[in-house]
Design a protein around this ligand. Structure first.
Ligand SMILES: [Zn+2]
Length: 386
């Protein structure tokens, strides 16, 4: 069986990076021990009163955070510049959770890991938390290289397969009309399409087949049993893996420290209300004890899922209140975004800010506080319900 076949190509030189923080050994963060902020402008919440017990590994190196549980980081070519990957010791092999975007740097990092800390044993499986570019972009090449199965929820595999086919030309009609109907100027729309197509281009051909993970499944890997919880909001069927015996949760992007997971509405489902699903997930994840170690897709592992869930709930509640009061005068989504989040709209995150604003508007429509209508000019406008 072909496993971990070696490529004759030399490894790319890995970027040397300065370690940004020291480990926080106190029960709450101090200003000096807080990790450097790398968060998306306009999408931050207040600094978290969470406990971060581990300093991050250098890109391509590993840190042990529990027996048989390794943490590495891969570089990402986005504003959010890293992905956390967790690698679990199965005795006779390894289970890998998430794998990075399809870039030469990701490939070089995997070759370094496979020749270094993971050498000598095969990778038994690649598990996806969800199907976004930064988490599964390299899944096809990696599973082919390793001859390993790919485990994913059904919607996340399907959505990545579809997403990677997106191009600027293909998006121009449907996504262009969507942004136009929400009041976005043409000059911005072209940039949005290019950005989305670039993200799609960083998904390599997906694994042609997958092993489905579903709500309530119990998976055995890394010497532990993991109960699967599936949530909407950030993705359609985002997987979170819970080890009750070790009180560890592999959480992907469902409940991140320091930044809010993107809760956005896009052209393919313009009336979606992902915020309702996300808030429901926070009620579940927030009910876990504060000593649970959460392993997120970005940022640092932390303890305090309940604190974090309440911060995120408060963040969205204040956004909802601000957006609801900004809807006198029947604004478009773009009008609301530019009025309330001018800083985010000036930067590279305007597309996310529009998508997030629409998610909040749709939630307010769904809960009866706002009404949505299409005006004679084709623009979709929001007003308080009467
Ligand atoms: Zn992510």
């Amino acid at each position: 069986m072909r496993r971990q076949a070696r490529s004759p190509r030399p490894y790319a030189t890995l970027r040397a990076r300065k370690r940004p923080i020291r480990p926080d050994t106190s029960s709450s963060s101090t200003a000096a021990s807080r990790p450097r902020r790398r968060s998306l402008p306009g999408m931050n919440v207040a600094p978290a009163d969470l406990h971060y017990p581990f300093a991050p590994p250098e890109f391509g190196e590993v840190v042990a955070i529990a027996p048989g549980l390794l943490w590495t980081r891969l570089a990402l070519p986005f504003a959010l510049d890293h992905l956390n990957v967790f690698i679990l010791d199965d005795g006779d092999g390894w289970t890998v959770v998430d794998c990075g975007a399809a870039t030469a740097e990701t490939e070089a990092a995997w070759r370094k890991l496979l020749d270094g800390p993971l050498a000598g044993r095969p990778v038994s499986r690649l598990v996806a938390t969800h199907g976004h570019t930064d988490h599964v972009g390299f899944a096809g090449p990696l599973t082919a290289l390793l001859d390993a199965p790919f485990l994913s929820s059904r919607s996340e595999w399907t959505s990545a397969v579809i997403r990677r086919l997106e191009t600027v030309e293909g998006l121009r009609g449907p996504a262009g009309r969507f942004y136009e109907s929400h009041g976005c100027p043409d000059a911005l729309v072209e940039g949005f399409l290019a950005e989305r197509a670039r993200s799609a281009s960083l998904i390599a051909e997906m694994p042609p087949a997958f092993v489905r993970i579903a709500e309530g499944d119990v998976l055995a890997f890394g010497g532990r049993r993991w109960r699967v919880m599936i949530f909407g909001g950030h993705a359609q069927e985002h997987c979170v893996f819970w080890s009750e015996s070790d009180r560890i949760m592999i959480a992907g992007d469902q409940i991140l420290p320091r930044i809010t997971p993107q809760i956005g509405v896009n052209y393919s489902e313009p009336e979606a209300d992902p915020l309702t699903e996300f808030l429901a997930s926070l009620r579940v994840l927030g009910s876990f004890d504060e000593d649970v170690l959460v392993l997120p897709g970005h940022g640092l592992p932390y303890r305090g899922p309940g604190i974090r869930a309440r911060q995120l709930e408060a963040h969205h509640a204040s956004r909802l209140a601000a957006i609801a009061t900004a809807c006198d005068g029947e604004p478009t989504t773009f009008d609301v975004a530019i009025r309330l989040f001018p800083q985010a709209m000036r930067k590279a995150h305007a597309r996310f800010a529009v998508a997030e604003t629409l998610a909040h508007l749709n939630h307010l429509v769904g809960t009866g506080r706002l009404a949505r209508s299409r005006a004679a000019d084709g623009r979709i406008r929001f007003r308080p319900s009467r």
